[in-house]
Design a protein around this ligand. Structure first.
Ligand SMILES: [Zn+2]
Length: 322
């Protein structure tokens, strides 16, 4: 994952993706025919071809916190995207302006009753205003040989995978748009306008998905770390086009790429907005099984990321999307 560590260093809470967009634009430009930013802030990297339009999509925004009230060095906040209060217990965070903080909670409230409005960010005498966004602090760590752990693998992994596909892509007859979307975590918003503007025939959203391989987990899914790229069949936002699902599986088998099947029981992806765009788009997803999603310690397997790059690149070069 050549680009992952560099991307992780640039926070991109929903609605404030600008710095990460600039970095991705710089990394993508040498391999692109044209690069555009649309009015919502989606970065669209075009690799021209004579064939059908294909939209590959990864959201560049991440979940985060946004300040709602600042009082005596303590910041109350609202969620940008899906924050689980169980993950928010005395953890380091950093605001866009560089102010560091500790996210903690009112100790008098029993854990079972704790909600986001019982939490606060301690910033000492740092200066933060209403509307400033904060992100989890922390960089990339290796767990053993194959696992990586960091805040915001969701969906920095997807961005790194698309950049890798772009940089490695050889002959390709498709007209390919690599789209790095904004505001997925607050409701698939960027993907909606990007898909309308591009009007692709096919689309693949690349994102993380849950894994069912933790001890005594309540996640009833077969996906597990290290078993390959997860080909999405369904989540709560989309039922993927069966022909595209079949084509991706056939492509993986033909090229000896490890894959697994994904039915995500809670949550959605940009695919949900894209497939309903215009008069409809043939849409699928390639996902990376990830543990502890939306926590500061999201954990995935590098081999699944490599498989995702190979699968998407092979499907494009061999023109077998359907
Ligand atoms: Zn995501």
């Amino acid at each position: 994952m050549r680009y992952l560590e560099e991307l992780l260093k640039v926070p991109a809470p929903s609605g404030a993706e600008g710095a990460r967009r600039e970095l991705i634009e710089k990394l993508a430009a040498p391999f692109a025919d044209e690069v555009m930013t649309d009015p919502l802030g989606n970065l669209i990297v075009h690799k021209k071809g004579a064939g059908e339009k294909v939209m590959l999509c990864a959201h560049m925004d991440t979940i985060g916190m946004i300040a709602t009230r600042v009082e005596n060095g303590f910041v109350r906040f609202a969620a940008l995207g899906g924050l689980d209060v169980r993950d928010l217990q005395n953890i380091p965070v950093v605001f866009e302006n560089g102010v560091e903080g500790v996210l903690s909670y009112e100790g008098k409230t029993p854990a079972k009753e704790r909600r986001l409005h019982h939490c606060f960010i301690d910033i000492g005498d740092g200066k933060v205003c209403v509307g400033d966004r904060a992100s989890f602090s922390g960089g990339l760590r290796n767990l053993g040989t194959n696992l990586i752990s960091a805040p915001y693998l969701d969906n920095t992994l997807g961005c790194a995978i698309l950049l890798e596909v772009l940089s490695e892509l050889k002959e390709c007859e498709y007209d390919v748009y690599f789209v790095f979307t904004v505001q997925e975590e607050v409701g698939l918003r960027g993907a909606k306008t990007a898909a309308f503007g591009i009007a692709p025939k096919f689309a693949i959203a690349v994102d993380v998905t849950d894994s069912g391989d933790l001890p005594e987990t309540d996640v009833v899914m077969e996906t597990k770390l290290g078993a390959g790229a997860a080909i999405k069949i369904m989540d709560q936002s989309v039922v993927c086009h069966p022909k595209l699902v079949g084509a991706l599986k056939a492509c993986a088998e033909k090229n000896g790429i490890p894959y697994q099947s994904e039915v995500l029981v809670a949550g959605g992806t940009d695919a949900g907005a894209i497939h309903l765009s215009g008069s409809g788009v043939i849409t699928g997803g390639v996902s990376i099984p990830t543990r502890y999603i939306h926590s500061p310690c999201e954990t995935a397997d590098k081999r699944d990321c490599d498989a995702a790059v190979n699968l998407i690149r092979s499907a494009l070069e061999q023109a077998i999307l359907i």
